[in-house]
Each structure stands twice: as C-alpha cells, then as structure tokens.
Write a protein that binds this ligand. Sequence first.
Ligand SMILES: Cc1cc2nc3c(=O)[nH]c(=O)nc-3n(C[C@H](O)[C@H](O)[C@H](O)COP(=O)(O)OP(=O)(O)OC[C@H]3O[C@@H](n4cnc5c(N)ncnc54)[C@H](O)[C@@H]3O)c2cc1C
Length: 356
Amino acid sequence: MPQSVPHTDIVIIGAGPIGLELAVALKAADLEYIQLEAGQIGATMQWWAPGTKYFSSPERIAIAGVPLIVADQEKATRENYLDYLLAVVGTHQLDIQTYTRVVRIEQTSSGFDITTVRSFTGVGGPDEPNYTPPPNTQTINAKRIVLAIGDMHTPRMLGIPGESLPHVSHYLGDVHQYANQRVVIVGGKNSAVEAAIRLFRAGAQVTMSYRGEKFDPDRIKYWLYPEIEYLIKKDKIKFIPHSTLESINEKAVILNNGESIDADFVLLLTGYEQDQSLFEQLGINLVTDDRKPEFNLKTMETNVPNIYVAGTATAGSQIRTKVFIETSHIHIDRIVAALQNRVSDAAPEDYWLEES
Ligand SMILES: Cc1cc2nc3c(=O)[nH]c(=O)nc-3n(C[C@H](O)[C@H](O)[C@H](O)COP(=O)(O)OP(=O)(O)OC[C@H]3O[C@@H](n4cnc5c(N)ncnc54)[C@H](O)[C@@H]3O)c2cc1C
C-alpha cells in the first residue's frame, strides 16, 4: 500500500441517523474509524418537503442517548430532526467527512481501498440524476467497512411517456407551490395520502390516482386514514380507484381507461429504490424480491467478510417498508459486538424471525 493512502480500522459510509448512532457506539468502544458522508449530516431528510412529520414518536427515533424533545410534545418534523442530529454530532463530538462520496470499493491484500470524490448532496433526492462524479479522487484504506447508506436513492419510475416533464416530480417539495393548482397525485401509501391532505389544505385541487380499490387502513397511519376518507367522501379530494397512468402531457394525465385529467402538476409518490452499486462492486449477494444484501443476522456482516450493513441499507429496495430508524437501533449492538469479536445478546427483531 502506498504511504500516502490514509489507513484506518473501520470506515462507516453514511451519516444518517443509523450511521451516526453507530459512530457514537464505535467511539464509546474506543474503536478507530472514519465516517464518510456524500452530503450533509442527515442528507436524506434534507430532500423531504418542509414541515414533513415523522410517523414515529420522538423517543423511538432518538439516538445515542440524546433525548429528542419536541416543543409541542408531538411528532418531530424534518426540521426538528435535522437540528437534533446536529446536536447529537455536537454532543458526542463526532468527526465526519461530509460532502465526500464513496464511488468505488476494491478489496486489497490489506483490506479495502475506498475511492471518494467531492459531492454536493447526499446520495438520493431530486438532484441525484444530475450528479456526475468529478475526476479528482482520494483513497482511504480500511480493514472493515460498515455500509449505512440508506435505501431511498432513486425514485421508483413508472416508465411512462411524459414522466420527465418539468411539472412532473417524484418529490413533494414545498407545498406552497401547489396553491390554486390542479395536482394529480399517484400512490396509495402514507406519503401519497399525507401529500394529498397537505395539498388540499394549501389550496390545491387534488386528484388521487390509485391502482387499488381503496386505501388499506392497516397500511395508512391511523391519524391519516380517517382524514383522507373524510376528504374523499366530501368530494374535497377526487379519488380514482383501479387507475394507473398511461401517459402524461403538458396539460393532463391519461389514465388506463382513456380518461384525461387536467393537471398543472403531477406527483408520482410511488416509492424509492436503493443504489446498489457498492454492493455489486463488492460481490455482496442481493436476495429476495427487495434485492436486499445478504448478511448474518447476529453480526450484520454480509457474505463478503469484513463488510457490514446497518440501518435501512440492510433492506434493499423495500416493496413493503419494514426497516426504518425505529427497527434499526438493534443493528448497532450487533455490529459493535462483531467488530470486537463478541456475540451480541440483542434479540432478533420479529420481522426478521418472520422472514427467516
Ligand atoms: C416521509 C418519510 C417519513 C419517515 N418517517 C419515519 C418515521 O416516522 N420513523 C422511522 O423510523 N423512519 C421513518 N422514515 C424512514 C427513515 O427516516 C429513513 O429511513 C432514515 O433516514 C433511515 O436512516 P439510515 O441512517 O438508515 O439511512 P439514511 O438516513 O438514508 O442515511 C444514509 C446516508 O448515507 C449516505 N450515502 C449513501 N451512499 C453513500 C456513498 N456512496 N458515499 C457516502 N455517503 C453515502 C446518504 O447521503 C445518506 O445521508 C421516514 C421516511 C420518509 C421518506
């Protein structure tokens, strides 16, 4: 290995909530590590619409022993949580190399060579398709790597004509822009339902297109479900069941039954997929319909020795969301134990038991 290449024991890739929680634990365990993040701390939350609220209670998404206190004792907003993550970083004096994107990992005789480039956003979000890695690269060598890279990197595309028109987006963005506009929202999960309610209140004329017959009360948050049902029943929001989009043009969307719905904006809130390029480069097996990385449940080590996964990175492109912050805290203890050649006594989560 050339002398100029910095070397460390462990590299954490990603500084979302779970990457940060892991960093605090590694520091407490006195393990040597470097943390790399493509954007700013909590970059995934940065592209959420302003004012978006977490579904989980604050205490369930708090990390590293730092209380998440919200002024009205309600659910935290994206803004609350971004501030909170900075407070965690400050409290624990974490040293994070932000705006540093990992583009390549190669196995060497001394571990792994990790190639990084400067980047200006986290991986994922509306700017991601326009990102081109700059030519200047840097390399870090590490014995072990934890991929805490998240799972919401690119939108799940519908693959229909007009999907890339400028008034069509897979991201809600600032709700204010939709006031007095005709907006068609596609999707049937929490994000689509929440967007419809918010847009209605912001003065938009909302039409929802959903491929199912009606929203599933077991899959929509219990405080959103009655609200959307009420707004649809009272014709405040137009709901078109059993519908899919055939195409989008400058003025309207065309449904599978040939119906044309006028639209000034179209929001395709149909979920996101994981960028799996690092897994593929490393030879990590991608399994199940979600194409999640193969890993040992007790240690979080993948089928490639010394490569670990944490947080939503473990989940692949989730078709039905089971892995999120709340259910990922347990990964930390397993990884720290494995890195110290101990066995974690953290119990497997029920969802894993169901699937394994
Ligand atoms: C609207 C919405 C509401 C949600 N509400 C909740 C909730 O109430 N409760 C809950 O538990 N979860 C919730 N989630 C899910 C949860 O917030 C996210 O899943 C959370 O961000 C996951 O944390 P993470 O640390 O695993 O991944 P992320 O926060 O996605 O962090 C991954 C980080 O890795 C970085 N990265 C990726 N690739 C690279 C690379 N190659 N090089 C360098 N850095 C890289 C990214 O830039 C990113 O910052 C919600 C999600 C959404 C969209």
